[in-house]
Design a protein around this ligand. Structure first.
Ligand SMILES: *[C@@H]1O[C@H](CO)[C@@H](O)[C@H](O)[C@H]1NC(C)=O
Ligand SMILES: *[C@@H]1O[C@H](CO)[C@@H](O)[C@H](O)[C@H]1NC(C)=O
Ligand SMILES: [Fe+2]
Length: 446
């Protein structure tokens, strides 16, 4: 049996690598000479069995943090000790743990502990499960300015290492990831190497993620249940945002309401995700959170020849909700390049629609998506196929600065940047769904 599983998984891997190669080769453009994909780094486990590994943190509710980690030792406690001074832990919280199986793989003990209440803009020192290794993180501020790092389709290659190094070089508050994390693609030990790979960064700042196609990991009949590894390892604050699924949720941080959606779960008008999104948008108070940002994996707007049309059914189902709620920015991944659109609604430039950004260029093993449609449609303002990351600095309730930083080997270079104004303060866009007289959605037959 084990041999059979090995053969099946090997075949799957070979097939997926092979199809990626074909994709890359067919997309090589003559205009650019882009660096090729770089090798995968497999970060080893070099700590004792009871010691925490793969430590990462995420925001939960107004003033709590979830600390997640894995131990090989099944008896290691799910406890976090923490405090404001190094080595002095005057607070302690105990949480929960889980494990999962995937074919013949059995995960380590995956711990999740909610700690808090925490003060904003404060450094905390912590250790997990009684092991002496100390970590620290900084909580985000409670007021503007706040800075988000944004990187999608991360993987665990030398390019990923370069992207994360650049992200870490300048201080930021929260990392936002629009899907495709480990590229384990059913090979579960690659989830563990990914956890170790990102720990130096994900244990210092909250990482808020949503899932992509590489997280699905369903296998017909034998492993029909999708997202098993993702849902066990990357628990996000769905309970706290009234969502019944870890695949979509929202959170507030320093005057920004952020919604994370699932591109690979139901989204039509009768679905639980649609109803949750509708209710969540209705609750947004733009006085309290003037900025409204959405992340999802498969882009609704995309002029790259890769993955054309893959976000279209979700766009058709949900775009009017974004438009009526005056969503400011939508980040997507999936396409391995960078692209920024103007404000768009229903395929046309619209001053009250969201700005769409594709940022699937974190550094995964598949390489870049090189080819864009020609001529470039006028709603697409900038695109480039290079690895990199984005920065969203929300300056105050009206202004934010967006920049895209390309990996130029040792350095990162700003290749695109723009000031954005929140739609909550744009006089002609202030109406919402309730005010249809003034803001009749264009092209909406309903
Ligand atoms: C990230 O940046 C911090 C602060 O400059 C530094 O202490 C830390 O070593 C960096 N981490 C890595 C992995 O480079
Ligand atoms: C918000 O920030 C922008 C850009 O820095 C600035 O021009 C504007 O005056 C600020 N608005 C307020 C109310 O401070
Ligand atoms: Fe993807």
């Amino acid at each position: 049996m084990e041999k059979l599983q090995f053969i099946v998984l090997t075949l799957v891997t070979i097939l997926s690598i092979f199809s990626d190669q074909i994709l890359v080769q067919s997309q090589v453009s003559l205009e650019y000479v882009r660096p090729p994909p770089r090798r995968i780094i497999t970060t080893p486990h070099d700590r004792p069995e009871a010691h925490p590994q793969q430590v990462h943190i995420s925001l939960v509710g107004k003033d709590h943090m979830r600390v997640s980690w894995v131990t090989t030792d099944k008896n290691a406690p799910s406890t976090v000790e923490y405090g404001k001074l190094p080595g002095k832990y005057d607070m302690s919280m105990t949480g929960e743990h889980t494990t999962y199986r995937y074919f013949f793989y059995k995960s380590g003990k995956i711990h999740h502990v909610k700690i808090g209440p925490l003060e904003p803009g404060m450094t905390y020192y912590y250790c997990c499960g009684g092991a002496e290794k100390e970590f620290s993180f900084k909580t985000p501020p409670s007021k503007f300015p706040i800075e988000f790092a944004v990187a999608g389709d991360l993987g665990q290659t030398e390019w990923t290492a370069s992207t994360l190094l650049h992200i870490n070089k300048t201080d930021y508050d929260v990392l936002l990831l629009p899907g495709d994390l480990s590229y384990a693609d059913t090979q579960q030990p690659l989830w563990d190497t990914f956890g170790r790979f990102v720990e130096p960064y994900a244990s210092r700042r909250p990482w808020m993620v949503t899932q992509g196609n590489h997280e699905v990991e369903a296998f017909p009949i034998i492993h029909a249940h999708p997202f098993v590894a993702y849902n066990s390892r990357w628990i996000m604050p769905s309970d706290e945002s009234g969502s019944s699924s870890n695949l979509y949720y929202s959170f507030d941080v320093a005057g920004v309401h952020i919604i994370m959606l699932g591109s690979y779960t139901d989204f039509d008008a009768n679905s639980a995700q649609y109803k949750w999104l509708q209710a969540d948008l209705a609750k947004v108070n733009r006085q309290k959170t003037p900025w409204l940002v959405v992340l999802l994996h498969a882009p609704w707007y995309n002029t790259n020849t890769a993955h054309q049309g893959e976000g279209e059914s979700m766009r058709t189902a949900m775009e009017h909700l974004f438009y009526n709620a005056r969503v400011d920015i939508v980040f997507a991944g999936h396409v391995h390049s960078y692209e920024r659109f103007t404000r768009v609604y229903n395929n046309e430039a619209n001053p009250c629609g969201p700005v769409y950004v594709t940022i699937g260029d974190g550094g995964n093993r598949e390489g870049l998506a090189m080819m864009f449609q020609k001529p470039s449609p006028p709603i697409s303002l900038f695109h480039e196929a290079s690895f990199g990351h984005g920065r969203l600095r929300i300056q105050n309730l009206t202004h934010a600065h967006w920049s895209w930083h390309r990996n130029d080997d040792q350095d990162s270079t700003v290749r695109d940047d723009v000031w954005l104004e929140s739609l909550s303060s744009t006089a002609k866009c202030k109406g919402t769904a309730g005010d249809q007289r003034q803001f009749k959605p264009i092209g909406d037959e309903l």
